[in-house]
Design a protein around this ligand. Sequence first.
Ligand SMILES: [Zn+2]
Length: 476
Amino acid sequence: MANLHLYNTMTRQKMPFKPLNPAEIKLYTCGPTVYNFAHIGNLRTYIFEDLLRRVLRWNGYQVKHVMNITDVGHLTSDADEGEDKMLKGAKREKKTVWEIAEYYAQAFLEDMDRLNLLKPHIKPKATDHIEAMINQIKQLEKNGLTYESGGNIYFDTSKLSDYGKLAQLDKQELQAGARVEVDKNKKNPHDFVLWFTKSKFLDNSESLKGEGQEMQWDSPWGRGYPGWHIECSSMAQKYLGQQMDIHCGGIDHIPVHHTNELAQAEGATFKKPWVQYWMHGNFLVLKDKEKMAKSDTNFLTLQALMDKGYDPLDYRYFCLQSHYRKELRFDWEGMNAARTGLRRLRNKVCKLNSDNATTAPQPLHNRSTTERFETAINDDLNLPEALAETWNLIDNPEISDADKLATIKKFDTVLGLQLDKKLKFQIPDSIQKLIIERNKARKDKDWEQSDKLRDEIQDAGFIVKDGDGGTEVQPK
Ligand SMILES: [Zn+2]
């Protein structure tokens, strides 16, 4: 088995990967809260997780991958305050929460397809697993880790001696609370809700959960609904057992969500180490360094990129150019460069295809390039390096075309860029509109307008060709 090293957030260092059971790697990744479209910042995390799976596969491992779909219980603040995200989505679109969940879960799966992400083997929905959550809360209760206050059931963080170890929260922080304390029902600042029968809003007003809340279930503590964190720990243990190899998510999950998932899982199993490797993807940031958040109205979806004429895999390529633990800055220049890079690479691969149609037999993969590629991906998923190695290969005059092609196909099992896909392109509606406008401008001999429109089409990544039959475009 090759020498795979992964960075473990728990130890803050790269460590050799040693599976619990080499026959099957157990992987859990936190899934989407389905109240809106995923934004491209969220999608960066799913691309990182997909790369992890592909690298595990490269190393010969079978993976069992579970990803939850959050359709209940996630409030606008990760730490128990604010409005229910699902309810917020339902109000906005005047639909039921169930309709909202169904619609955005489908939209998310479609985005996964477009980005060529391997599908999780199990995608449990939170609302289908209320019983598992209730059982885990009961177990925590039995273990003396909970209390009831103000109608809700809380996890008592003071009862767990190593609470906060993942986020490395020290004692002082634990006592002071990382943020302004708003819930007077909590005994300790970091305590969190396991089961709600009442909600609490940011202005500290309370409301009975029944008001406007469609998703409610009976429980030993009254009718209500589960906290967000309990869904992941209970569903992960249901499908992966008491221990797993790798748990992933965005770095924003470290201080609250993953810290609390961990407290619940280990609290329920008497501290058996739940996760062997915690891995976290860094943020996608905009120009002003702002993290892209789903709650902002001005977030970018994959569809928005497609409407601008990008192939979804242009975005995948864009993400591959940066290491997953580094912040990645999004801008259109970077996207254009990624689009050009991917097109050039595919073009070159297509040429290899046709040049070698008659070449036989296929030689072995190029050994030294493959070794360097493997060293890169096994060094905590160094994809920027692996991508550079792919370019070195394609531009190396000493390697035969047939050898290049075989090697590239192997690399692409990790890169996931569909490099041997024949170039076919669709002209997006937005560009189609510009072409029609430009044809009209040319007919009217409005050359200024026609030039302006040509520039606009070119800036969107297309070459403009004027012929007798009007304007034709093709990707640069
Ligand atoms: Zn989670």
